[in-house]
Design a protein around this ligand. Structure first.
Ligand code: X8Z
Ligand code: ZN
Length: 667
């Protein structure tokens, strides 16, 4: 995790630490420090940086423990650590007030600005309320991590956690089994509603005390532009990519109709059924490759099969190490050892991409302290995250890696956070954040764009690739199912939270508003009624984990800008989508230079240094997917595309309603 912002942004456990990667925040030990008399602003910031650095490892240690051993004791310690951190943060922010309007260096002014945004979980000053907030935050994250769906009774009782329920959506094409897995997971969030409602009251109180209108406005204040401007920027960027998403949506709907029949392939208003998209939140449709592959015979891009074959080889190797009769415990250990071996080798492969750019190897401690796979003996928060434990080289990732494509690319994503952490570790702690949080999320994903069929072939994950237009469309579709399907999801989560924080979405409408936004942006809908007895937002990690989400939307635009610039830096001349800068030290140098800047200057300047432009812009997304967009238009010709967002939400009709004739009406 990252420091403050990490602290700030990550959200977890508290959301306390929240920074860049999906990480948490730190806490000080003992009472909050006080300001010495006559201290200048520059001295103040130097002291805050030192105190922050000193308290940080204790906070991250408590959070790491509570995420990797979920139990009452670890949660108590994590909540207490957050309590101390947030108390200290409030005290620093209070102390900073006396420098308002005073002379100070630009760096100090920026550091004070960042200090005020240093948490995604602004806490009330009232100590009782602050303690209540950290307890609720820790509890909600624990509920998510240990969430379990059980069916049957007695001998027939079966209990499954998120990973197993996701496997059903990934692998089963049985309509009812998928619906059961989807509904089952969403039961775990029902009990969070009350806690979340209280959580919103408390962070809003904290945000108001800090001078913000509400916590959402505070979140929108971290972009070196006004909160109104960044909201408008996200609308503008969405406007650029929306036509591409609509084409993909139309195509996917046609294929789902063919697979499940027109009465099941859509729900009311031409929307896609939430449980049939291969992903619990419909944010990545890559698992539907078997349904959506444009040209199944034009060469395979199935890297999951290759990874599973690696697992079987590792399993056989472990078996061979323990010949003779084997007990069930022996077999479980063999399985565990094989899973660990494959997860480590997948991570080594990701590391190899970074070192091919001239970046350093991960430290030995990374390999010994990282959580690679789901432990067998306890609950953990499986949602992937990257941690900077001490701002001095103790970096880790926490995942429950399985041998499949999604987890493989997520490792590359997480290492992007880790390389960012280590690149800016020399900066003062308050600058140890991404240029903005979307930058942090975009680093590893920029590398993922370089995982072209050729690269995958070079690492033996796919066979010889055809040089045909059909193979090209397949490759583009594979990337679009991960990247384009994500865009409206990346936007809607914080549209919901901004509304919750500013009061335009009331607790009595939490679920209704959620599904209205899912309908409006994604064009997806539940197949059965989801009234206010449910709390479906809580079934997505970042809501109970309090991790702001706009960062991922921005990252999905920025990563194409970074990728294009790094391809240029590598001297690449061909079509954008064929570029891989694997092994190119010049690209690596440019990338590293950006990472090393952290948050020490406005992100616009950092962006300009890499790309030559100061604005986020989706034209590189459109350039990349131009061949696919043409192909989709042809495929969709003569079909009725678009959806009626108003046709459903909490209580969809059983029978499909004909989709509107004209362009998508997204409400
Ligand atoms: O949460 C993550 C990462 C950790 S920062 C695994 N992501 C978002 C999600 O899973 O919802 C990466 C893409 C979007
Ligand atoms: Zn991330």
């Amino acid at each position: 995790m990252t420091p403050i912002r990490t602290l700030l942004a990550l959200g977890v456990t508290a959301a306390v630490l929240g920074m860049a990667g999906c990480k948490k925040e730190p806490s000080p030990s003992g009472a909050a420090s006080t300001a010495p008399a006559g201290e200048t602003a520059d001295q103040f910031i130097a002291r805050v940086n030192a105190e922050y650095l000193a308290m940080y490892p204790e906070l991250t240690a408590a959070q790491w423990l509570s995420s990797t051993y979920i139990n009452d004791d670890s949660q108590l310690l994590a909540a207490k650590a957050n309590e101390r951190y947030l108390t200290q943060l409030n005290s620093w922010i209070e102390q900073a007030r006396k420098f308002e309007g005073k002379e100070m260096s630009p760096e100090t002014a920026r550091a004070i600005h960042l200090l005020k945004l240093a948490t995604a979980m602004p806490a009330p000053k009232d100590p009782a309320k602050l303690a209540e907030l950290t307890k609720i935050a820790t509890k909600m994250e624990g509920m998510y991590g240990s969430g379990t769906y059980c069916t049957g009774e007695g001998e027939a009782k079966q209990c499954r956690q998120l990973g197993e329920l996701e496997d059903v959506l990934r692998n089963s094409r049985d309509y009812t089994a998928q619906l059961d897995a989807w509904q089952g997971w969403h039961t775990i969030a029902q009990p969070m509603r009350k806690d979340y409602t209280r959580f919103v009251e408390l962070v809003n109180e904290g945000a108001k005390e800090m001078g913000f209108a509400d916590a959402g406005e505070m979140w929108r204040s971290g972009y070196d532009m006004t909160p109104t401007e960044i909201a408008a920027e996200t609308d503008r960027l969405w406007g650029q990519v929306k036509p591409l998403y609509e084409q993909l949506h139309c195509y996917a709907g046609t294929r789902l109709d063919a697979k499940y029949g027109a009465d099941k392939g859509h729900v009311a208003g031409g929307m896609l059924p939430a449980h049939l998209m291969g992903n619990m939140w419909q944010q990545d449709w890559g698992n539907l490759w078997d349904v959506l592959a444009p040209y199944p015979n034009a060469g395979s891009l199935d890297i999951t099969s290759a990874l599973q074959a690696q697992y079987r080889t590792a399993y056989d190797a472990e078996l061979a190490k323990r010949p003779g009769e084997r007990s069930p415990t022996d077999l479980a250990e063999i399985e565990h050892a094989a899973q660990t071996a494959v997860a480590r080798s997948m991570t080594e492969r990701a590391q190899d991409f970074y070192t091919s750019l001239g970046m350093p190897k991960l430290p030995e401690s990374y390999w010994s302290k990282t959580q690679f796979i789901k432990p067998r003996d306890r609950d953990v928060v499986c949602h992937a995250s990257a941690w900077d434990m001490n701002m001095a080289g103790d970096v880790r990732t926490k995942m429950c890696i399985k041998p499949n494509e999604e987890d493989f690319t997520t490792i590359y994503h997480e290492l992007g956070h880790v390389y960012y952490y280590t690149a800016y570790n020399k900066l003062p702690p308050l600058f140890q954040q991404g240029a903005h949080d979307g930058f942090h999320e975009a680093i590893g994903d920029t590398i993922v764009l370089s995982m072209t069929p050729k690269y995958l072939q070079s690492i033996d994950l796919v066979g010889e690739q055809q040089q045909s237009n059909e193979a090209l469309v397949n490759a583009q579709m594979r990337m679009a199912l991960a990247k384009v399907s994500f865009l409206p999801f990346g936007l809607m989560i914080d549209r919901w939270r901004w509304g919750v924080f500013d009061g335009s979405i009331k607790p009595g409408n939490y679920n209704k508003a959620w599904w209205e936004l899912k309908a409006k942006y994604q064009g997806v809908a539940p197949a059965t009624a989801r009234g206010e007895d449910f709390f479906d937002p809580g079934a997505k990690y970042h809501v109970p984990g309090n991790t702001p989400y706009t960062r991922y939307f921005l990252a999905h635009v920025l990563q194409f800008q970074f990728y294009k610039s790094l391809c240029d830096a590598a001297g690449y001349k061909g079509p954008l989508h064929e570029c891989s800068f694997y092994g190119n030290p010049e690209a690596g140098k440019r990338f590293q230079a950006m990472l090393a800047k952290g948050a020490s200057q406005p992100w616009q300047k950092t962006l300009k240094e890499l790309t030559g432009g100061e604005k986020m812009d989706a034209s590189a997304v459109l350039e990349y997917f131009a061949p696919l967009q043409d192909w989709l238009k042809q495929q969709n010709e003569g079909r009725t595309c678009g959806w009626q967002a108003s046709a459903t939400s909490a209580a969809p009709a059983k029978a499909p309603t004909p989709a509107p004739a004209a362009p998508a009406n997204q409400g």
